[in-house]
Design a protein around this ligand. Structure first.
Ligand code: AMO
Length: 428
């Protein structure tokens, strides 16, 4: 079976009228008009109209939509409204047949709910909106890498099978590892901190795992995190890094992903910087004005963040959280030890990122571990690194799937993850 092609559909243009082309794609539509038929064929670059006549009509009789064909034909001008050119087929080969009916209609004429689409995800990608979301995800990843490399960060890969918790004991997936207890990493926290000793500025983009029984549109058991860690930077410095990254990503995608924005139906608007900074205490004051009963030290609930998000639509930082609410590795504010040198980056009610300055004195880390009922013995491999010349450092972790949901304007992060994992969903 010959399978090569000479052209992608986007390259079959008015410039090559009269030429022979060989191209392949999926049958999106099929209309028979007497002794003639019109096929619309899609590949990843676009849509082409093909005119089929004479003996070839028999070949495509009964051909189901989404079957894969290879077409040899001549490029000619067309009167069709939706196309600039068409291809008059001289040969059609059926390379792969699709069943009828398909489990979902990828063209979207018949709406399928998200569960059905996720169960048939590969086919769902034949829908231009879905495909555009994942093309956009590719461009977002590309511009994140560019932004961080421009800020002199070095990309690293840390282990996902680990021997002790990186974010404390809760939400850990355990697994048996050759007779030993192992876990799936919740974040690269400990490794990225250690790497500041050798590489100073590092970043990682990878999957991490949280065994949370959450059923929201913003939590998954497996999510993609963008993490950075930087020596000689304070939390205010890494806030500038994330702000630049967000603006870079919006600028790049808003100017380079025009057709993706059209197919998705959401225009990407570059956010204004600098982002607003609201302290935790200011947030409490705002909540009290809304008659919410909150005291210093209380975590901000989803309902609280919805109120604050309404007051501050778009991106803003929430800073200076109480130490009691922060993980063991976060540095206290030396002038007011009840407060931490930390921040969350919010988009309305949605937490997009959290980060801060880290402790680099191992004795302080040990006492913080004990305060949080964690056993310093389980962190020995990590703590010894702090005796080898650990620089002061800061960093953050950003949920890539949440960023994508913001950029594409979808409510549920499952839309922007190929095969989402949640308490109910382990397959496909
Ligand atoms: P945190 O636990 O806040 O911080 O996670 C950082 C960011 O990751 C995203 N995120 C998730 N996204 C989808 N599903 C989940 N279950 C999920 N959990 C987290 C969020 C969140 O803001 N080590 C620290 C970061 C640091 O200080 O460097 C950490 O993991 O967008």
């Amino acid at each position: 079976m010959e399978i090569t092609r000479t052209h992608n559909i986007e390259d079959i243009t008015t410039k090559i009228v009269g030429n022979e082309v060989i191209f392949g794609g999926w049958v999106e539509d099929f209309r028979k008009l007497g002794k003639m038929a019109f096929l619309t064929i899609r590949d990843v670059t676009g849509l082409a109209q093909v005119i089929v006549k004479d003996e070839m009509l028999n070949m495509i009789d009964g051909l189901n939509r989404q079957s894969v064909v290879r077409i040899i034909g001549l490029v000619q001008e067309t009167k069709a409204r939706d196309f600039k050119i068409e291809v008059k087929a001289t040969k059609i080969e059926i390379l792969s047949k699709a069943v009828y009916p398909l489990p979902i209609d990828p063209i979207g004429r018949l709406e399928s709910d998200i569960d059905n689409r996720l169960n048939s995800r590969a086919l769902d990608l034949r829908n231009t909106k879905t495909a555009s979301i994942f093309k956009l995800r590719h461009y977002v990843l590309n511009s994140i890498r560019n932004s961080l490399i421009e800020s002199k960060f070095i990309e690293i890969n840390t282990p996902k099978i680990i021997g002790s918790a990186s974010e404390g004991g809760a939400n850990l997936f355990g697994l048996e590892y050759f007779g030993k207890q192992a876990y799936l990493a919740q974040s690269p926290q400990l490794y990225k901190e250690q790497m500041t000793l050798g590489l100073e500025r590092v970043f990682e983009i990878s999957s991490f795992y949280r065994a949370e029984k959450s059923h929201t549109g913003r939590h998954l058991s497996e999510f993609t995190s963008v993490d950075i860690e930087a020596a000689f930077m304070d939390y205010t410095d890494v806030m500038k890094v994330i702000e630049k990254l967000v603006v870079d990503v919006f600028t790049f995608t808003s100017t380079n992903c025009i057709s993706e924005q059209e197919f998705i139906g959401n225009k990407i608007i570059i956010p204004k910087s600098p982002f607003e900074i609201i302290t935790y205490s200011q947030a409490l004051d705002e909540l009290k004005k809304h008659d919410e009963e909150v005291e210093f030290g209380d975590d901000l609930l989803d309902s609280h963040l919805r109120i604050i998000g309404e007051n501050h639509p778009g991106f803003y930082f929430l800073t200076d959280w109480p130490m009691a609410l922060k993980p063991f590795y976060i540095h206290e504010n030396e002038e007011n030890p009840e407060l931490s040198l930390s921040f969350d980056l919010q988009y309305g009610y949605l937490e997009l990122s959290s980060g801060g300055r880290r402790l680099h004195d191992p004795e302080k880390i040990k006492s913080r571990l004990k305060e949080q009922n964690l056993d310093p013995k389980n962190f020995e491999d990590h703590l010894k690194v702090f005796d080898w010349g650990m620089p002061p450092h800061s960093g953050w972790g950003l949920g890539l799937d949440r960023l994508l949901a913001i950029i594409t304007g979808v409510d549920n992060i499952r839309e922007v993850v190929l095969y989402p994992r949640d308490p109910e969903r382990l397959k496909p």
